[in-house]
Ligand binder design. Structure first.
Ligand code: AMP
Length: 113
């Protein structure tokens, strides 16, 4: 999508600090980190949100979690733990409408709600 900020990050039009990439996914550091490690993992395919996902996207979205596992290990978070979050629409506070998996870690995280 031409006006999507994360599509522009994936294609290099907007700079990012990349931590991982493969043929399906791209991961980079969040510009406003909510934890010592805060990484966004996005599919190269533009999908607005989990609401817009189809059955055909199962593999694409599952792949984000496999990438997250590898990144968590790479970042030294696997043993102490980390949180994976996907916000969907207003009540969850979604601000960028290109599916992204937040990977948060590096400190004791508080309970959600
Ligand atoms: P969400 O609120 O779940 O839609 O998450 C969007 C996230 O994207 C927020 O945590 C923002 O800080 C992050 N973000 C927005 N623009 C950029 C950018 N140019 N580079 C890195 N992270 C960004």
């Amino acid at each position: 999508m031409s006006d999507c900020i994360f599509c522009k990050i994936i294609n290099g039009e907007i700079p990012s600090t990349s931590v991982y990439q493969d043929e399906q996914a791209y991961a980079f550091r969040d510009i406003q980190p909510a934890a010592p490690t805060h990484i966004l993992i996005v599919p190269r395919k533009h999908i607005d949100s989990i609401n817009a996902m189809t059955d055909n996207d199962e593999q694409t979205i599952g792949h984000l979690f496999n990438a997250a596992r590898q990144i968590a290990t790479q970042e030294g978070l696997a043993e102490n733990g980390y949180r994976l979050v996907i916000n969907t629409n207003a009540h969850a506070g979604q601000t960028v409408f290109h599916i992204h998996l937040h990977l948060l870690g590096g400190r004791q995280l508080t309970k959600m709600g």
